[in-house]
Design a protein around this ligand. Structure first.
Ligand code: SER
Length: 358
């Protein structure tokens, strides 16, 4: 548990909860992370949506101001989660907190705690919430292309865009954890306490997207292995030299942050009867590291990009697919990315990044 300002208890910035009735709220864990920033901006702009945030660190004041309440603490801290859920009637959870793939390889057991035990804590407490208010809780879980583990480059090239059920033998603890999270979510939705006489049917409405690498104009990722894409672009915009840690021919799928948030919200609002599966791939574009370099050099001709592959991180990227097949997402809930690679640069990254760094 991360002690808050009081020392003994996590910091909780309470606003009065009206009367004895619990206020309804949407809970966002990992709220201070890259996706949290963008998702909270969208959620808080919706009339009548009270966002309760949770993160291991204090939130940026700009993000904090968009939330009804913010809890500083760890998703493994069941007491904190219980306290939060005693204050709010949570109908919907966006569980974003996670340790990414590179960081996870330095501390695999910690990654398991945060990524799996934390997820199970939240699923269990969400199921209890559902029982207490008699409605299933929508649980949104960002999974990742890290769940895939392709044995070698030849197989990767032959596989092309992989379906949700292929190559599920991840090479990283993060991928193992995300795959476990997918299974846990499906279990809590369909089978939780199967043999209990007083069981509630479908306490959790579990909706999961396997995201590719995500590129934001506003924030930089940390601890991931797809980080070379966003790092190269942000470094060039700031006039910094960048040494890319994978080979030029490395290829995995990416998408922009607005598309990622749009995907999550679109799946969140899809009628349940249209959803034929709990877990969906979503595709954006699938550039090589060299494609990134080319576009960066076109936009920032003075950029200094070199390539020095790190064998460990390269092996992780080589085990991820070149692209994903997102036919099910298109079919079931009308998924369609708004940015291809060119549009990502021209319509999204360049205007915002150049304004940001000047
Ligand atoms: N961005 C993640 C990572 O690199 C993959 O989904 O770990």
């Amino acid at each position: 548990m991360s002690p808050g300002k009081s020392g003994m208890f996590p910091a909780v910035h309470d606003r009065p909860v009206s009367g004895l009735r619990r206020s309804r709220a949407v809970l966002v864990t990992g709220a201070g992370g890259e996706m949290g920033h963008s998702l909270i901006a969208e959620l808080s702009a919706r009339p009548g949506t009270a966002v309760v945030a949770m993160d291991i660190r204090e939130l940026d004041p700009a993000v904090r101001s968009q939330c009804e309440n913010a809890f500083v603490g760890d998703v493994c801290d069941a007491q904190l989660l219980e306290r939060l859920l005693a204050m709010y009637e949570v109908d919907e959870v966006f569980h974003l907190a996670a340790l990414l793939s590179t960081r996870g390889e330095f501390a695999p057991e910690t990654a398991h705690q945060v990524n799996v035990v934390g997820t199970m804590n939240l699923l269990k407490l969400s199921a209890e919430q559902a029982r207490s208010h008699g409605r299933s809780v929508r649980f949104h879980f960002p999974s990742s292309i890290a769940v895939y583990g392709i044995p070698n480059l030849k197989t990767k090239q032959q596989a092309g865009a992989v379906r949700e059920d292929q190559f599920l033998e991840p090479h990283t603890m993060y991928g193992v954890n995300k795959l476990a999270g997918e299974h846990l979510g499906r279990y809590y939705e369909r089978h939780y306490r199967k043999l209990a006489k007083d069981r509630m049917d479908r306490p959790i409405d579990f909706r999961c997207i396997r995201f590719p690498g995500i590129i934001s104009a506003d924030t930089l990722p940390s601890g991931g292995t797809s980080d070379y894409g966003p790092e190269m672009i942000h470094a060039a915009a700031q006039g910094h030299a960048y040494s890319c840690f994978v080979r030029r021919d490395s290829c995995i799928p990416f998408m922009t942050m607005p598309d990622a948030v749009h995907a999550m919200l679109k799946l969140a609002s899809a009628p349940k009867e249209q959803l034929t599966q709990c877990v969906y791939n979503v595709a954006g574009f699938a550039p090589t590291a060299e494609d990134f370099e080319r576009l960066v050099m076109e936009r920032f001709p003075k950029a200094n990009v070199s390539f020095v592959a790190d064998p460990g991180r390269q092996a992780i990227v080589d085990s991820w697919p070149e692209n994903v097949n997102d036919a099910a997402a298109r079919q079931d809930w009308g998924w369609n990315a708004s940015h291809d690679l060119q549009q990502a640069f021209d319509d999204y990254l360049m205007p915002l990044i150049t304004a940001r760094y000047g």
